[in-house]
Design a protein around this ligand. Sequence first.
Ligand SMILES: [Cu+2]
Length: 180
Amino acid sequence: MTETARMVILVLVGLVALFVAQLTATPSLAADYDVGSIHIAQPWSRATPKGAITGAGYMTITNRGTMPDRVSCVSSDASAQCQIHSMTMEGGVMKMRPVEGGLEIKPGETVTLAPSGFHMMLVNLKHPLEAGQTVKATLKFDKAGTVDVDFSVMALGASAPGAAGGMNMQGGGMMQMDKR
Ligand SMILES: [Cu+2]
């Protein structure tokens, strides 16, 4: 093996070690929830800029049961309304709209609510969401029942739980919400 090859391998090993360290160091701040055969992992939200009228909540929902279930958001302590939204790209514009009748989670399926996809939308915020705090929302599953979930608020523009920052969709002017 040449000296250069040895150096390259050492660097690669170092990078992998760094990557693994970062993964394991990522704090999982929020608790997981179980209701009936539904498991909710890593509920999180992100801080909103001053004056923002909407906020969002994200989480991973797994249906460990044998029947399909549907989730809707009943209420949140931070907003007048709470809805589950889908997000689609239409003609270069991100559009989001409420999922009618709740978001279906098939048996054995895991659905991730994340930025740029399905999300829980807090409509008409009563106050800005501040990093480090939690937002409570009540989720209702048709079969599994109702559960109160605390969402950890991450930094403004965070793209994942534990991430410090990243893409910020808010105020981009490219997002439209269908009013119902
Ligand atoms: Cu939305």
